[in-house]
Design a protein around this ligand. Sequence first.
Ligand SMILES: O=P(O)(O)O[C@H]1O[C@H](CO)[C@@H](O)[C@H]1O
Ligand SMILES: [Mn+2]
Ligand SMILES: [Mn+2]
Length: 410
Amino acid sequence: MSRAVLIVLDSVGVGGAPDASAYGDAGANTLGHIAEACASGRGDREGLRSGPLLLPHLGRLGFGAAAQGASGSWPANLPAPGRNAIYGHAAEVSNGKDTPSGHWEIAAVPVPFDWGYFPETEPCFPAELTDAIVREGKVPGILGNKHASGTTILAELGEEHIRSGKPIGYTSADSVFQIAAHESHFGLERLYALCETVRRLVDPYSIGRVIARPFIGETAETFERTGNRRDYAVPPPEPTLLDRVISAGGRTLAIGKIGDIFAHKGISDVNKASGNAALTDATLAAMEAAKDGDLVFANLVDFDMLYGHRRDVPGYAAALEAFDARLPEIEAALRPGDLVVITADHGCDPTWRGTDHTREQVPILAFGRNADGTPMPGKNIGARKSFADIGETVAAHLGLAPGRHGRSLL
Ligand SMILES: O=P(O)(O)O[C@H]1O[C@H](CO)[C@@H](O)[C@H]1O
Ligand SMILES: [Mn+2]
Ligand SMILES: [Mn+2]
């Protein structure tokens, strides 16, 4: 036992979910389709990137092989795994392709119930809910009230929001009630307070998350969302890997939105850095600070929020390449006895229809050092039936008693 590091590349699925068709996602493959697009020149953007997808380090860790195992095809240009690659892929048992479902299951607690969703009608929210929000949240009304992409709806309704003082409420294929409001015209603290009220009011509808989406700018052309997003999730249904680490005397160092996703249950320390580069810096800093028995748990959200939902292939490819280039720093931060697992929480295929997540399998890429400092030996861990095997692997590595939802890979 030493330390464990879990890094979730938000939405970086590898296709091949056995139940994808139940979600309208048969054939979706985030990594595979990005690699294919890049290989055929559709991943080029002037000043950003061009050519085939270049992921030498992730490839060496088994990214291509994991994707091949999940989807049946090798992503274009991905290299073969190196000899210390511990790699495989996992399907999700929870009924949902959202962030909390994915992360809770990674933390060894699959979701045992069905989330509530708002219908694709307009309005999408029940009148008694919006009436209660207006009354208890003390707002003059709610704009939006439909399924929408968060950036599109700002261009459409942001100016009216500033004029009227009415917050913008919208949802997606996820179990979410999102509220966009201007940081200064409406007020950031006021937005957070409103979200807390809405969190309470949507509980009877089994909604997974209320999300504060603050933005700045004065016109449709200049509106921009800020890093002050805050997610108000319901707490996980039973103690997760994080609670187990703490019960055993360890600490959990949460990077990015991990704290929010777990409703701050089982979290010792939060660093909410904004942007993949700063989140990677924060992960490295946490690896420096973590002690024996501690868990560093990071979420890199840009893949999903900035590129997957926006269906931006060159942006997504560039973000993958940028993360790949940082992997040697993560490897260099390892101490004897450390284990790192890189995975994802769902897909968000930027070549897919619409703007929502896609039901996919996720990669499991692990590497570490034995107690004597030598690299852990490579292993093909194949197909896993639940993301919970990831959490149980970390649990076993940290010397925790096994849980009931998964099995360690090592
Ligand atoms: O379009 P934006 O606001 O980025 O919202 C996306 O982000 C939400 C949470 O990850 C998803 O439910 C999806 O709707
Ligand atoms: Mn996610
Ligand atoms: Mn998302």
